[in-house]
Design a protein. Structure first.
Ligand SMILES: [Fe+2]
Ligand SMILES: [Fe+2]
Length: 246
Protein backbone atom coordinates (compact mmCIF):
# COMPACT_ATOMS: atom_id res chain seq x y z
CA UNK A 1 0.00 0.00 0.00
CA UNK A 2 1.05 3.55 -0.65
CA UNK A 3 0.81 6.17 2.10
CA UNK A 4 1.67 9.84 1.89
CA UNK A 5 2.47 12.17 4.79
CA UNK A 6 3.22 15.84 5.28
CA UNK A 7 3.14 18.53 7.95
CA UNK A 8 3.99 22.22 8.34
CA UNK A 9 2.21 23.49 5.24
CA UNK A 10 1.55 26.63 7.33
CA UNK A 11 -1.46 27.75 5.36
CA UNK A 12 0.16 26.96 2.03
CA UNK A 13 3.46 28.80 2.58
CA UNK A 14 5.38 25.53 2.32
CA UNK A 15 3.04 23.62 0.02
CA UNK A 16 4.38 23.55 -3.51
CA UNK A 17 1.57 23.34 -6.03
CA UNK A 18 3.72 22.14 -8.88
CA UNK A 19 4.33 18.44 -8.50
CA UNK A 20 1.51 18.07 -5.96
CA UNK A 21 -0.60 15.98 -8.35
CA UNK A 22 2.31 13.60 -8.87
CA UNK A 23 3.01 13.41 -5.14
CA UNK A 24 -0.63 12.50 -4.43
CA UNK A 25 -0.91 10.01 -7.28
CA UNK A 26 -2.10 6.50 -6.34
CA UNK A 27 -2.00 7.16 -2.58
CA UNK A 28 -4.25 4.93 -0.45
CA UNK A 29 -4.08 7.32 2.49
CA UNK A 30 -2.71 10.78 3.26
CA UNK A 31 -1.56 11.67 6.78
CA UNK A 32 -1.38 15.30 7.86
CA UNK A 33 1.05 15.80 10.74
CA UNK A 34 -0.15 19.21 11.93
CA UNK A 35 0.66 22.90 11.36
CA UNK A 36 -1.35 22.69 8.17
CA UNK A 37 -2.40 26.25 8.84
CA UNK A 38 -0.75 29.29 10.42
CA UNK A 39 -1.85 30.97 13.68
CA UNK A 40 -5.01 28.82 13.66
CA UNK A 41 -6.36 30.47 10.50
CA UNK A 42 -9.32 28.20 9.71
CA UNK A 43 -9.79 29.40 6.13
CA UNK A 44 -6.11 28.85 5.32
CA UNK A 45 -6.50 25.25 6.52
CA UNK A 46 -9.22 24.94 3.90
CA UNK A 47 -6.97 26.42 1.23
CA UNK A 48 -4.47 23.62 1.76
CA UNK A 49 -7.20 20.97 1.76
CA UNK A 50 -8.66 22.44 -1.43
CA UNK A 51 -5.28 22.19 -3.17
CA UNK A 52 -5.20 18.51 -2.24
CA UNK A 53 -8.84 17.85 -3.13
CA UNK A 54 -8.41 19.46 -6.54
CA UNK A 55 -6.04 16.63 -7.36
CA UNK A 56 -7.08 13.66 -5.25
CA UNK A 57 -9.96 12.18 -3.25
CA UNK A 58 -7.59 10.15 -1.05
CA UNK A 59 -8.81 9.52 2.54
CA UNK A 60 -7.12 11.97 4.93
CA UNK A 61 -6.23 11.48 8.59
CA UNK A 62 -4.85 14.50 10.46
CA UNK A 63 -3.47 15.53 13.84
CA UNK A 64 -3.36 19.07 15.17
CA UNK A 65 -0.11 21.03 15.41
CA UNK A 66 0.71 23.92 17.70
CA UNK A 67 -0.56 26.24 14.97
CA UNK A 68 -4.01 24.64 15.22
CA UNK A 69 -4.94 26.11 18.60
CA UNK A 70 -6.86 24.01 21.12
CA UNK A 71 -9.83 26.37 21.10
CA UNK A 72 -10.26 26.09 17.31
CA UNK A 73 -10.05 22.31 16.98
CA UNK A 74 -13.79 21.70 17.25
CA UNK A 75 -14.38 24.28 14.53
CA UNK A 76 -11.82 22.59 12.27
CA UNK A 77 -13.58 19.25 12.80
CA UNK A 78 -16.91 20.87 11.95
CA UNK A 79 -15.62 22.64 8.86
CA UNK A 80 -13.61 19.93 7.19
CA UNK A 81 -14.62 16.42 6.34
CA UNK A 82 -11.42 14.59 7.16
CA UNK A 83 -10.58 12.38 10.15
CA UNK A 84 -8.95 14.37 12.94
CA UNK A 85 -7.26 12.46 15.74
CA UNK A 86 -6.51 14.21 19.03
CA UNK A 87 -5.21 11.53 21.39
CA UNK A 88 -7.45 9.09 19.54
CA UNK A 89 -7.07 6.25 17.08
CA UNK A 90 -8.82 4.96 14.01
CA UNK A 91 -8.79 1.64 12.16
CA UNK A 92 -8.98 1.80 8.38
CA UNK A 93 -9.39 -1.08 5.99
CA UNK A 94 -6.97 -0.67 3.11
CA UNK A 95 -6.85 -3.53 0.60
CA UNK A 96 -8.23 -5.90 3.23
CA UNK A 97 -5.60 -4.92 5.81
CA UNK A 98 -6.43 -3.13 9.04
CA UNK A 99 -4.30 -0.03 9.37
CA UNK A 100 -4.45 1.53 12.83
CA UNK A 101 -3.45 5.18 13.17
CA UNK A 102 -2.86 6.60 16.64
CA UNK A 103 -2.95 10.38 16.37
CA UNK A 104 -1.77 13.07 18.77
CA UNK A 105 -0.26 16.54 18.88
CA UNK A 106 2.47 14.84 20.88
CA UNK A 107 4.42 15.82 23.95
CA UNK A 108 7.39 17.99 24.84
CA UNK A 109 9.93 17.06 27.50
CA UNK A 110 10.03 20.74 28.45
CA UNK A 111 7.02 22.91 27.59
CA UNK A 112 7.95 26.09 25.71
CA UNK A 113 8.34 29.37 27.58
CA UNK A 114 4.94 30.48 26.27
CA UNK A 115 3.28 27.23 27.31
CA UNK A 116 4.89 27.33 30.78
CA UNK A 117 3.50 30.82 31.28
CA UNK A 118 0.08 30.43 29.67
CA UNK A 119 -1.11 26.84 29.97
CA UNK A 120 -1.84 25.75 33.54
CA UNK A 121 -0.87 22.14 34.25
CA UNK A 122 1.08 21.76 31.01
CA UNK A 123 3.76 19.45 32.49
CA UNK A 124 1.08 17.12 33.79
CA UNK A 125 -0.80 17.31 30.49
CA UNK A 126 2.23 16.13 28.51
CA UNK A 127 2.99 13.41 31.05
CA UNK A 128 -0.56 12.10 30.82
CA UNK A 129 -0.52 12.34 27.02
CA UNK A 130 2.49 10.04 26.82
CA UNK A 131 0.54 7.51 28.91
CA UNK A 132 -2.55 7.89 26.73
CA UNK A 133 -0.59 7.39 23.52
CA UNK A 134 1.10 4.37 25.02
CA UNK A 135 -2.24 2.76 25.85
CA UNK A 136 -3.65 3.55 22.37
CA UNK A 137 -0.62 1.96 20.67
CA UNK A 138 -1.94 -1.57 20.86
CA UNK A 139 -1.46 -3.82 17.86
CA UNK A 140 -4.11 -6.35 18.84
CA UNK A 141 -6.45 -6.70 15.86
CA UNK A 142 -4.51 -4.64 13.35
CA UNK A 143 -2.02 -5.44 10.59
CA UNK A 144 -0.16 -2.14 10.56
CA UNK A 145 0.32 0.24 13.49
CA UNK A 146 1.31 3.87 12.90
CA UNK A 147 1.91 6.70 15.36
CA UNK A 148 1.12 10.08 13.82
CA UNK A 149 2.13 13.08 15.92
CA UNK A 150 3.05 16.70 15.42
CA UNK A 151 5.93 16.99 17.87
CA UNK A 152 8.99 14.81 17.40
CA UNK A 153 8.93 11.39 19.04
CA UNK A 154 12.72 11.26 19.40
CA UNK A 155 15.57 13.78 19.45
CA UNK A 156 17.34 12.05 16.54
CA UNK A 157 15.16 13.67 13.87
CA UNK A 158 15.80 17.06 15.50
CA UNK A 159 19.45 17.04 14.38
CA UNK A 160 19.87 20.26 12.42
CA UNK A 161 17.84 22.29 14.92
CA UNK A 162 19.45 24.07 17.90
CA UNK A 163 20.37 21.39 20.40
CA UNK A 164 19.27 23.40 23.42
CA UNK A 165 15.77 23.54 21.90
CA UNK A 166 15.40 19.76 21.54
CA UNK A 167 13.40 19.32 24.79
CA UNK A 168 10.96 21.97 23.54
CA UNK A 169 10.50 20.28 20.16
CA UNK A 170 10.11 16.64 21.01
CA UNK A 171 9.87 13.95 23.59
CA UNK A 172 12.28 11.30 24.74
CA UNK A 173 9.44 9.95 26.85
CA UNK A 174 7.66 9.21 23.55
CA UNK A 175 10.81 7.49 22.29
CA UNK A 176 10.54 5.08 25.24
CA UNK A 177 6.94 4.43 24.23
CA UNK A 178 8.10 3.62 20.68
CA UNK A 179 10.56 1.07 22.02
CA UNK A 180 7.97 -0.50 24.27
CA UNK A 181 4.98 -0.52 21.91
CA UNK A 182 6.87 -1.03 18.65
CA UNK A 183 4.65 0.66 16.07
CA UNK A 184 5.66 -0.12 12.49
CA UNK A 185 6.20 3.55 11.77
CA UNK A 186 6.33 6.83 13.67
CA UNK A 187 5.60 9.97 11.65
CA UNK A 188 5.94 13.53 12.90
CA UNK A 189 6.52 17.09 11.71
CA UNK A 190 7.28 20.39 13.57
CA UNK A 191 11.07 20.28 13.03
CA UNK A 192 11.35 22.45 9.90
CA UNK A 193 15.13 22.29 10.01
CA UNK A 194 15.60 18.84 11.50
CA UNK A 195 16.49 15.52 9.90
CA UNK A 196 14.24 13.40 7.74
CA UNK A 197 14.75 9.98 9.17
CA UNK A 198 16.09 7.85 11.97
CA UNK A 199 15.63 4.40 13.39
CA UNK A 200 15.00 4.25 17.11
CA UNK A 201 16.42 1.02 18.37
CA UNK A 202 17.32 -0.94 21.39
CA UNK A 203 19.93 -3.66 21.26
CA UNK A 204 19.04 -7.08 22.52
CA UNK A 205 20.90 -7.65 25.77
CA UNK A 206 19.70 -11.19 26.45
CA UNK A 207 17.78 -13.68 24.33
CA UNK A 208 14.65 -13.30 26.44
CA UNK A 209 14.80 -9.50 26.68
CA UNK A 210 11.24 -8.56 25.66
CA UNK A 211 12.44 -5.20 24.30
CA UNK A 212 15.41 -6.74 22.52
CA UNK A 213 16.07 -6.18 18.84
CA UNK A 214 13.50 -3.41 18.48
CA UNK A 215 13.88 -0.97 15.59
CA UNK A 216 11.20 1.62 14.90
CA UNK A 217 11.56 3.88 11.85
CA UNK A 218 10.79 7.55 12.52
CA UNK A 219 10.17 10.02 9.70
CA UNK A 220 9.99 13.78 9.97
CA UNK A 221 7.60 14.75 7.15
CA UNK A 222 7.91 18.53 7.62
CA UNK A 223 7.35 20.18 4.23
CA UNK A 224 10.08 22.85 4.48
CA UNK A 225 12.56 20.02 5.01
CA UNK A 226 11.24 17.49 2.46
CA UNK A 227 9.99 19.97 -0.17
CA UNK A 228 7.04 17.71 -0.84
CA UNK A 229 4.88 14.86 0.38
CA UNK A 230 6.82 11.89 1.76
CA UNK A 231 5.58 8.68 0.13
CA UNK A 232 5.79 5.36 1.94
CA UNK A 233 5.44 2.03 0.18
CA UNK A 234 4.49 -0.51 2.80
CA UNK A 235 4.33 -4.22 2.35
CA UNK A 236 2.12 -5.63 5.06
CA UNK A 237 3.11 -9.11 6.18
CA UNK A 238 4.58 -11.01 9.12
CA UNK A 239 7.27 -8.35 9.36
CA UNK A 240 5.98 -5.11 7.87
CA UNK A 241 8.38 -3.59 5.39
CA UNK A 242 8.35 0.20 5.19
CA UNK A 243 10.17 1.82 2.28
CA UNK A 244 10.21 5.43 1.24
CA UNK A 245 9.91 6.42 -2.40
CA UNK A 246 12.11 9.41 -3.05
FE1 LIG B 1 5.53 24.14 11.90
FE1 LIG C 1 4.79 23.02 14.94
Amino acid sequence: MLLGAMGDAHGGRFLRQEGLGRELKDLDLLLLAGDITDSSDIDAYGTVLAAIRKRSDVPIVAVFGNDEYEQDREELRRMYDITFLDDERVDLNIDGRIVRIVGTTGALDRPTWWQRNNVPGIHEMYRKRVETVSSLLDREGCDLLILLSHYATTYHTLRGEKERAFPEMGSRAMESVLLEKRPDLSIHAHAHGGSRHTVVSKKQRTLDDPRGGVAVPVWNVSLPLNKGITRFEIEVGEVNDVRVLL
